[in-house]
Structure formats: C-alpha cells, structure tokens
Ligand binder design. Structure first.
Ligand code: NAD
Ligand code: MG
Length: 396
C-alpha cells in the first residue's frame, strides 16, 4: 500500500523517548514514503533522544533543561546533523504549533504534557492524543481548543481508539443522535486482578509495573494496577465522545483482545479487536482515514481460544469509583484527582507509601482541597498545583 505522490506529512513526537513515543517512531519508520519527523522531545533521557536523532534526523530536538540541551547539542555537532536543540516547556509549545509540522503525537506522561497538547490543538494540527491526563485535567478547555483551532483529534488510548472506530464516521459527539446506548470500556484488570485486599497491602512497584498484557511506562502501569487508568479513561471518554458518565461502563476483559465496544439502541454491539500492541491505534491515527501496516502480528483467535468478561471490583480498586465521583462533580475535581494520583503514584514508585495508600491519598485530597473555576489554562494549572500541594502535605 504505497502512495508515492502523497506529500510526506511532518510529525512531531512529544515524549518520543517513552513507550508510546518509541512505538510511534517504529510505525513512522515503516512508512518513509508517508511521514518525516519534524521534532522529537524528551525530558531527561537525552542519550535515548540522541540515538533517535541519528535515526530519524529531526529538524528540532527538545529536552527538559539547559544542561541536557548543551550535552545533546555537542553530541549532535560531532555527527554533522543539522538538528537544532532547544529546551524547556516553551520549546515544547513551539514545536507543537510550528508551521513545519502537520501531525503532533501528544505522548508526554501526566499533566506536564497539557500546555503543548493544547498548543497543538489551537494551531489546528492533527493531534494524536495519548496523554489522557490532558483531557482529564482540562477536558472542556482542551475540547474548546480543538474546536477553535479546527484541529483533528484522534485518540491513541487503545480503548478510545476502539470506540472511535466503532462509532459512525460522521459521529458528532452526540450519543443519542447516533443511537448509542452504552460505551463499554474494556479493562485488563491489571497485574493484581486476582489479589485479595490483604495481599494488595504488600505489593511492590516492580510487581505493579509487570503488566500481564501491555508494555508501558511506569506511571500508567501503576495506574493499571490500581485501575485508576480505567478511571482516567472514563473521564477521557466523556470528553472525547460527549457521553454522560452513566453511558460509560467498564467491563473487565483479561485477554485485552477486545479494546472496547459501542452498544447501539437496536442491541448491536460493535467491538474492535487486535493484539495488545499500541502500534495498531498509532498506525490507525497516523494514517487516518487510510489503513497502513503497523508491524503488529495478525490476531490468532484460535490460539487465544476464549474471551472472558467480568464486572470490576470497586472494593479492591476504589480508584475507579473516585474517578466517576470526580467526573460527576466536574469543575476542578478531575484536575485534583489527577494531581493527587500523580503525586501518590510517584511516592509509591519511590517506595515511600504502600500501594493501598494511593486511593486513600486521592480520596482525602478530593474531600479537603478547595475548588476553583477552571476556564483558562492558568486556572487549570493552578487546580493541578492545589491538588499536588494537598497530596504532598498528606504524604508527609
Ligand atoms: P513513558 O513514561 O514511557 O514516557 C513519557 C515521555 O514523556 C518520555 O518521553 C519522557 O521523557 C516525557 N516526559 C516525562 N515527563 C516530562 C515532562 N515533565 N516534560 C516533558 N516531557 C516529559 O510514558 P508512556 O507509557 O509512553 O505514556 C505516555 C502517555 O500515553 C501517558 O499519558 C499514558 O497514560 C498514555 N498512554 C500510554 C499507553 C502505553 O501503552 N504506554 C497506552 C495508552 C495511553
Ligand atoms: Mg488505555
């Protein structure tokens, strides 16, 4: 499926050194006729970024701080590459909205990725959104930026990409008008699906990061283990598809073969299936509406044998409920939820708090933190800061 006369589309990968970033570059490199890389960005992994620059020859590379930029610039100078090195959040915004880029993969982890994702939306880019925290923290603002900029928003999260594929092509963010009865988000259940509450007390970061089906960054791996990942995805689905909280339901499906489903008024349930490999949704969104090779092995249903389903357990995994509560409350509650989760997950990964303290910290932050109106990016960032301050104070 080559398209020789197609102008090559220029891609910026925000968070290129992460799990989604690397998968994106893998797909991009299979289609040199379609894509070229404009910019790559990383926070601290400058060596990985340097190696990516050698392979993908971006025009711009962005790192987190000046020292990293000095190191990278001197390495790049030795190679004869013309890649320009910049650093800091401002540079992330610049490469996200640059005239020289068509497609922006938003794959920075956490609320840190929000300003650049909004910049890409306002600039009317094809925004490939992996950074679910951006929608959780600032759903209305983000969707407004997409509308104002005339951006095309394509979900990368496998569940939302599946829902997008199962909805009609002309879906206008109105479930009723499309005859949608329910959006069914599938969840693997994570590495602790079968652990008792008592067993969950002692689990380690290493166990939490050993996901049975997906290879992912450490933060989202812990989110999968607490099921906060599914909670964040419920909020993400609300904003992406204009669906009320009650319309979005979670089904545990341990094989991670069905990536999500849409149920229609006539009883039809449409599902998207595939091997659990993020290169499928990435390839779908990169080439949309075309279909291209992703490198993912064909799905062997006979080898898989069976697909199982069960209801989520809200007692062992209270994070899912906390996310529904924050979504129903609205305003700055989802930003507080996300901030508290980021702080608590980082503390758990640093062996500072036990696994079961993660939902406790989030619940207390939601109980105590003051609410503010979140109609501007500054206000959203302030809500995020409030959540972080409360969570940190509860940890110490
Ligand atoms: P990761 O930890 O592997 O990579 C994160 C990337 O963000 C790295 O390139 C890192 O350098 C960059 N980064 C981190 N902090 C930064 C900061 N403060 N400023 C600038 N850059 C920063 O994470 P990942 O697993 O690739 O996930 C990325 C995003 O995609 C997350 O929002 C995650 O929820 C979402 N997502 C990931 C998967 C997956 O399979 N990995 C699936 C669905 C959604
Ligand atoms: Mg997902």
């Amino acid at each position: 499926m080559t398209t020789p006369d197609l102008a090559r589309r220029r891609v910026t990968v925000l968070g290129s050194t992460g799990s989604i970033g690397a998968s994106t570059l893998d797909v991009v490199s299979r289609h040199a006729d379609r894509f070229e890389v404009f910019a790559l960005t990383a926070c601290r992994q400058t060596e990985v970024l340097f190696r990516q620059c050698l392979v993908h020859r971006p025009q711009v590379a962005v790192v987190g701080d000046a020292a990293g930029a000095d190191w990278l610039a001197s390495r790049i100078a030795e190679t004869g590459l013309s890649t320009e090195v910049r650093w800091g959040p401002q540079a992330l915004d610049e490469v996200a909205r640059a005239a020289e880029t068509d497609i922006v993969m938003a794959a920075i982890v956490g609320a840190a990725g929000l300003p650049a994702a909004i910049a890409a939306a306002r600039a009317g880019k094809h925004v490939l959104l992996a950074n679910k925290e951006a929608l959780v923290v600032s759903g209305q603002l983000f969707m407004d930026a997409v509308a104002e900029g005339g951006a095309r928003l394509l979900p990368i999260d496998s569940e939302h990409n599946a829902v997008f594929q199962a909805l009609p092509g002309n879906y206008g963010r109105d479930p009723k008008a499309a005859g949608v009865r329910r959006i069914l988000l599938t969840a693997s259940g994570g590495p602790f699906r079968r652990r008792s509450l008592h067993e969950l007390e002692g689990v380690t970061p290493e166990e939490a990061c050993a996901h049975p089906n997906w290879v992912m960054g450490r933060k989202i791996s812990v989110d999968s283990a607490t099921m906060m990942n599914k909670g964040l995805e419920v909020i993400e689905a609300h904003w992406l598809f204009g669906a009320a909280p009650d319309l979005i339901q979670v089904v545990v499906h341990p094989q991670s073969v069905i990536h999500s489903m849409v149920e229609y008024a006539d009883g039809s349930v449409l599902a998207q299936l595939g091997n659990p490999d993020m290169r499928t949704p990435i390839a779908h969104a990169l080439a949309y509406p075309d279909r291209i090779e992703s490198g993912v092995a064909p799905l062997d249903l006979c080898a898989i044998g069976q697909l199982n389903f069960e209801a989520p357990d809200y007692v062992r995994f209270p994070c899912l409920d906390l996310a529904y509560e924050a979504l129903r409350e609205g305003g700055s509650a989802p930003a507080l939820l996300n901030a508290a989760n980021e702080v608590a997950v980082a503390a758990f990964l640093n062996h500072e708090i036990p696994f079961l303290a993660i939902p406790r910290v989030i619940r207390r932050v939601l109980e105590r933190a003051e609410r503010i109106a979140v109609s501007t990016l500054d206000a959203v960032l302030e809500a995020d800061a409030i959540g972080r301050r409360w969570a940190s104070s509860l940890l110490h």
